[in-house]
Ligand binder design. Structure first.
Ligand code: 2U9
Length: 340
């Protein structure tokens, strides 16, 4: 036997023996696979001498090599099966205390703005107000004209927005929803309209997109006292029974008379503090619907009167939770949001 074949054959035997003894120590699939790869490289190494051998020896070495290769595969697959069986046995042996509570799936919760919106809808629902919604992309007529703000009306500057075309805008308030409801149904009307609105505003307390809720009640003999009563009920249900509202004369193109809605300061309860100065915090605007608006929707101003109000939902959530920067509500930082 040539001095090439003999060492090659003994090397094959050594490799096979090595794996046999090593296989029991291979604890993971990764270890088994890397041992398998290493042995294959070693076998290729041995077979490099093949070209130096005469045909007969070639044949012998080839057979011996194939035998070792087959054995290697057997050892590997047997070891893998054993490993799986061990893991299963360990699994089965593991005592599971079924009385232990399962791992609670982390429950998310509603965004503070959604919580505020739902509370607002529920509270006004108690008073018989239905929820009406409408498109965020609105016509100039529904968003401005019908609300007594013709093309060049100065109040439009207060409500600057994003223009899709000269006559199509991102709505600046949800009032167009009330206009659409009045255009499609006769009075009485008793609705609140929550939703997303847009303004070209961007500072710590204003965002270009925010949430608003407006309310409208149109019927015979609706008065300012009805408006104040409804707002009082609302703030007591939303902020707490010991809160009150104050109506402060103001001006809006679509209401006459008009009044800002002031809430007793949530921080100092009316004593006056560096946030409110006056003991009151402005939470929105309101007033008696201007007859000009009724003209645009085809209501007879001699038949009906109505009150309307508007409030920022984000602002309500900020006041209720003492949040100072509106941006926190839109940055989706769960460390902040999971507090509510
Ligand atoms: C119709 C007629 C009248 C709704 C009103 C306000 C005053 C108001 C602001 C409050 C905070 C907008 O979110 S905010 O920035 N709104 O001050 N809104 S009266 O008046 C209407 C609405 C619809 C048909």
């Amino acid at each position: 036997m040539s001095d090439v074949l003999a060492p090659a054959l003994s090397e094959l035997a050594r490799i096979a023996e090595g794996l046999r003894s090593e296989s029991a120590t291979l604890r993971t699939e990764l270890e088994i696979r890397s041992a398998q790869a290493r042995v294959r490289r070693q076998l290729d190494e041995v077979l490099r001498v093949m070209r130096e051998l005469p045909p007969e020896s070639k044949k012998r070495l080839g057979q011996a090599a194939n035998q070792v290769k087959a054995e290697v595969e057997d050892i590997v697959s047997a070891r893998l099966r054993a490993l799986t069986a061990e893991e299963q046995a360990a699994d089965l042996a593991r005592t599971v205390d079924v009385t232990l509570p399962g791992r609670a799936a982390p429950l998310g919760h509603l965004h503070p703005i959604t919580q505020a919106r739902r509370d607002i809808e529920r509270i006004f629902g108690e008073l018989g107000f239905e929820v009406a919604t409408g498109p965020q992309v609105e016509t100039d007529f529904h968003n401005f004209e019908a609300l007594a703000m013709p093309k060049d009306h100065p109040a439009r500057d207060m409500q600057d927005t994003f223009y899709v075309t000269d006559d199509v805008v991102l709505r600046t308030h949800t009032s167009p929803v009330q206009v659409r409801v009045m255009l499609r149904q006769p009075p009485p009307v008793k609705i609140i309209c929550p939703g997303v609105v847009y303004r070209r505003d961007d500072d710590p307390t204003h965002s270009p997109m925010f949430h608003q809720v407006e309310g409208l009640l149109v019927d015979t003999n609706v008065s300012l006292a009805d408006l104040k009563g409804v707002l009082l009920h609302f703030v007591r249900r939303f902020f707490g029974a010991d809160f009150s509202v104050r109506l402060r004369p103001s001006f809006f193109p679509f209401t006459e008379p008009s009044a800002e809605i002031d809430l007793l300061c949530v921080f100092c309860r009316g004593q006056g503090c560096r946030t409110c100065k006056s003991g009151w915090l402005e939470i929105g605007g309101s007033g008696m619907v201007d007859p000009e608006v009724f003209r645009h929707v085809g209501y007879d101003k001699y038949d009906v009167t109505g009150f309307a109000f508007g409030m920022g939902i984000d602002r309500m959530a900020m006041l209720r939770h003492g949040i100072s920067d509106i941006k926190l509500l839109f940055e989706n930082d769960v460390r902040f949001l999971r507090q509510f």
